[in-house]
Design a protein. Structure first.
Length: 333
């Protein structure tokens, strides 16, 4: 059981991935006090996956005994890939976590540590963390975007995650902006994920390099001459160095994102929009351009009044998100 005879409560945030689990101690102000990362073997069965979660939690909870001011661990929040049921705390059948099928992760963890445990997907949890402690602090209605290998979104309305009827809401990455576009991994055509995620950016760069082999580009130099080795990170590096082809690829990406964000504004009109994820840093120089494009992508005459901000939590978004699931009451008390 996690316990300490102290005055201040903290929570543990856990970020479960297909190859790693990160966990951290987080205080009521959203500061990550200690964190650790351990391997996750997602093909080894439910017991092995559960053992990895326990190991990650134990590795950071042990730090409470070494603090000069001991703290009480009041809850655990877990981010897991979906599909999942946040109300029941069940991991249903995530493709990159084959060890768990209809697995009651929240109940299993709660039984071991005797504290409340909450479970949600990473984008929902990150949206809540940014609302409580990050770029969205002071706003009640927040739209969060995570651009990386895919595009995930989270909606916070009146300070609470919007889950929809069954917990499956806010799959904004699979809103289509072109029904004749490329087919997404979800099966639909023209989803923003298949057009503007990290792999999509890399694919568009590879296609342009193959179509114009005589056109010089530092992207190809970064890939040691191998078009198939081009990544979105290389596109970003080449753009920073003034590469024209990279600028063209990112400009197209911004056009896609502007159209999609305009749709979001028309549907939700959030108070603020926050962009995180591994690709967000590369796209940050274009944020003002996205806002400048909104009048042509939205019927909302005041769309440009909505701030478009970079997320505060970078690689630690999963830890902070998990913590936010369990500490919303603490943060607002």
């Amino acid at each position: 059981m996690l316990q300490a005879a102290a005055q201040e409560s903290i929570v543990i945030g856990v970020d479960v991935g297909g190859t790693k689990i990160a966990a951290g101690l987080v205080d009521r102000a959203g500061k990550i006090l200690h964190k650790n990362r351990i391997p996750m073997v997602s093909q080894a069965g439910a017991a092995s996956g559960m053992a990895a979660v326990i190991s990650a939690i134990d590795s950071v909870s042990a730090k409470t005994s070494s603090d000069t001011a001991l703290r009480l661990i009041s809850g655990i929040g877990i981010c897991s890939p979906g599909p999942l049921d946040p109300n029941a705390g069940i991991v249903i059948n995530p493709p990159n976590l084959p060890c768990w099928r209809n697995f009651p992760l929240a109940a299993e963890v709660s039984q071991i540590y005797r504290v409340p445990v909450k479970l949600d997907n990473d984008a929902n949890a990150a949206a809540l963390a940014e609302t409580l402690w990050g770029a969205g602090r002071g706003y009640r209605n927040v739209f969060y975007i995570c651009i990386g290998t895919g595009i995930g979104t989270g909606i916070v309305l009146d300070g609470c995650i919007y889950h929809g009827r069954t917990g499956a809401a806010a799959e904004g990455g699979h809103l289509s902006i072109d029904y004749r576009g490329p087919r997404c991994g979800c099966g639909k055509r023209g989803c923003i994920e298949v057009l503007a995620s990290g792999p999509a950016i890399a694919q568009r760069a590879r296609a342009k390099l193959a179509a114009e082999p005589a056109r010089g580009s530092s992207i190809l130099d970064l890939a040691d001459g191998h078009i198939d080795a081009v990544t979105s990170e290389m596109v970003g590096q080449a753009y920073a160095a003034g590469d024209g082809l990279a600028a063209n690829v990112l400009q197209e990406t911004i056009e896609f994102l502007s159209l999609w964000i305009g749709n979001i504004v028309d549907l939700l009109e959030p108070e603020v929009m926050i962009v995180g994820g591994g690709v967000a840093t590369m796209l940050r120089p274009f944020f003002d351009e996205v806002r400048n494009r909104l009048p042509g992508c939205s019927v909302n005459s005041r769309s440009q009044e909505i701030p478009l901000l970079p997320a505060c939590y970078g690689a630690d978004a999963g830890i902070a998100g998990g913590a936010a699931l369990s500490s919303q009451g603490l943060a607002t008390s």
